[in-house]
Design a protein around this ligand. Structure first.
Ligand SMILES: Cc1cc2nc3c(=O)[nH]c(=O)nc-3n(C[C@H](O)[C@H](O)[C@H](O)COP(=O)(O)OP(=O)(O)OC[C@H]3O[C@@H](n4cnc5c(N)ncnc54)[C@H](O)[C@@H]3O)c2cc1C
Length: 382
């Protein structure tokens, strides 16, 4: 199997693992109940350098190193705290990332430097009530007015949407032109006309806050535009590669954690005079789960290796997202079954994985869209 990590990455993995066990795991249930990840812990992670693993030193990071950030995402997945994983992943991997990659020097100083320190937290706002998979049909408008733009419209399902400090927002700068008429903007939380319309209640990922946003003639300086006008769609698509890899890594970590829980439970739970593993059907189910995790690991590490070496990996990234998220949900579902009635009780963490993994097949591009991307790459479209 391709193992893209060096000895240094494995040492980092150990440090992160210890940090997560000490500082995160004991608080997960409380954060889920409070429906919030406390800001202090995000600041602490920032101060320890965990948000700058793939950011140049001049912006407070430890250097451009996607494999180091990959270790962070996989290990966060491994503790089965996907609400927390979502909060961190969206900030580091999908909101701060485009500012770092496509932003001006001033934008990087204003958002990336405090973002790396955990002083400012970001969100990425693309989805709208009428535009989900079909990103090109976004209707939020940004109309140029001198050296400003006026934003109007709304966004839905935005992770970190309730508590973020800055929002990277996709808006239409050309009425016609579909995907060729979109641009990205950075909107500060306190901008007049910008409203966090409502906090959304979800089936899982309870500690991750999700919001509907509203832009009511929200006036922002033209210097807040990210990248060239009408190039937003291409920037979003570029950023999707890392986002999808990140989701694959997180869900791979969770699938492995859930498999371990199920093995442990099946070995210790006694029924009919022996452990559950005395039954061939249970043993085979555990083997099926191990095969799913192995498939996810192979594809994810392969895509990550290509990505880290700068090789085109749209197909592999889409496959990794598809396979890892399907595997994680299947493994979580089987783990609940192996736990019997206990698996359905709140006090057993397998139920949380089962609720949390369901959405990974939907966000960051649905798995049907992953298949469409792969089909296009296979030149199957008429
Ligand atoms: C918890 C959560 C967090 C999220 N966080 C964010 C965020 O931070 N920022 C953000 O911008 N968005 C976010 N999203 C939105 C997410 O990316 C969208 O929900 C997703 O892209 C799907 O869009 P939709 O929900 O409108 O579904 P639709 O696009 O309406 O799709 C409905 C169904 O039709 C299928 N479908 C659609 N088009 C096709 C096609 N061409 N071929 C085959 N099948 C198709 C889909 O696969 C799906 O099964 C989040 C969503 C959730 C649930």
């Amino acid at each position: 199997m391709i193992h893209p990590f060096t000895q240094e990455h494995e040492e980092l993995r150990n440090v992160i693992r210890q940090f997560l066990q000490k500082e995160i795991v004991p608080h997960v249930e409380r954060w889920e109940a409070e429906q919030k990840v406390p800001r202090e812990i995000l600041r602490k992670m920032g101060s320890l350098g965990y948000f700058g693993l793939n950011i140049a030193e001049e912006y407070g990071g430890s250097g451009d190193n996607p494999l180091a950030e990959a270790v962070l995402h996989e290990e966060i997945g491994r503790i089965n705290a996907s609400g927390f994983a979502n909060t961190v992943g969206v900030h580091v991997g999908i909101a701060m990332r485009p500012v770092y990659k496509f932003g001006t020097e001033e934008q990087k100083r204003r958002y990336v430097v405090p973002g790396v320190q955990g002083e400012k937290i970001g969100a990425l706002a693309i989805t709208e009530p009428g535009a989900g998979s079909d990103v090109a049909s976004i209707r939020t408008r940004a109309v140029r007015d001198g050296d400003h733009y006026i934003l109007s419209g709304n966004k839905i399902f935005i992770t970190n949407g309730v508590y973020a400090d800055f929002y990277v927002v996709a808006a239409r700068t050309r009425p016609e032109g579909g995907h060729k008429g979109l641009s990205l903007f950075i909107v500060d939380r306190d901008t007049p006309g910008f409203q966090i319309q409502r906090k959304l209640e979800k089936v899982g990922l309870h500690s991750s806050d999700t919001a509907e946003l509203f832009f009511d003639d929200c006036r922002i300086p033209a210097s807040q535009r990210l990248g060239e006008e009408n190039q937003g769609f291409y920037l979003i698509m570029q950023n999707f590669q890392w986002e999808r890899l990140m989701i694959a890594l997180q869900t791979l970590g969770t699938a492995q954690a859930v498999l371990d829980m199920a093995v442990e439970y099946a070995k210790t739970r006694q029924q009919f005079g022996g452990p559950l593993t005395q039954f061939q059907v249970i043993r085979h189910r555990l083997v099926d789960m191990a095969v799913e995790v192995a498939k996810a690991r192979h594809l994810t590490y392969h895509a990550l290796d290509l990505f880290a070496r700068g090789i085109d990996c749209v197909t592999e990234t889409s496959m990794a997202k598809l396979v890892a998220t399907e595997a994680a949900y299947l493994v979580a579902d089987m783990a609940v079954q192996i736990h019997g009635g206990y698996g359905y009780m709140q006090e057993y963490p397998v139920q949380r994985a089962w609720r949390d993994m369901r959405v990974t097949r939907i966000y960051a591009g649905t798995n049907e869209i992953m298949k469409e991307i792969i089909a296009k790459r296979m030149e199957l479209l008429p």
